[in-house]
Design a protein around this ligand. Sequence first.
Ligand code: AMP
Length: 249
Amino acid sequence: MKVLVAVKRVVDYKVQIRVKADQSGVETENVKMSVNPPDENAIEEAVKLKEQGLAQETLAVTIGDDKAQDVLRTSLAMGIDRSILVKSPNSLEPLAVAKTLSKIIEKENPDLVLLGKQAIDDDSNQTGQILSALLNWPQACFISDLKIEGNKLFLSREIDEGIEKLETNLPAVLTCDLRLNTPRFASLPNIMKAKKKPLDIIDISTLGIDTNPKIKVLKVEEPPKRKAGIMVNDVKELVEKLKYEAKVI
Ligand code: AMP
């Protein structure tokens, strides 16, 4: 089995986000960038499948500018075998990302494609779903457990009512939840070894796909500042304030 993992470079989740002065987006210059957190779960799962002897080859793919090589090096240091940067001068919408991934999948022929459930920068939660439609492969989103027996996948996903159990066949597209596993830290020797692992670069213009944005961002604003709270002495006072001052009950 060959496993392909889609990895996005995003502003690190610990960074305090700043909106650009012209309100065209968020500041990414001189800001710590990292692997999108659920994509680390996807990487971890792929590496575990290789360690269990279920996968013969693991491949990480990112679409981004030259700097996005760093998330591929991290993926390789965590145990992925080889990687591809699809170089794009602009950041792409989920539809264009899914089209790009489908072109790479055509060439690479993986049996299983793992993505994060959501990118923490755009919060779109769309790429895996669009990709499965483009490929006409089964999909399971937000998986929190995965077992593979032969060609069959046994999956769990957390839903409002509890845990949903699903069964499907390879090839498939899965998007990973943070509960799926605990991503490993890349050790120093593995970071050194990762420098020698393959990182191929493909220019997005060679793939012959339309990557033009379909959505126009009008402006990005900071959320309104929260007002200071007040302390109440007991439940009675709280209920009175909610009833007569805030008028919400
Ligand atoms: P989204 O639909 O934007 O919330 O992203 C969902 C998942 O798609 C991410 O967790 C990644 O696995 C994948 N993805 C999104 N954008 C990219 C990108 N530029 N390069 C590689 N993978 C991506």
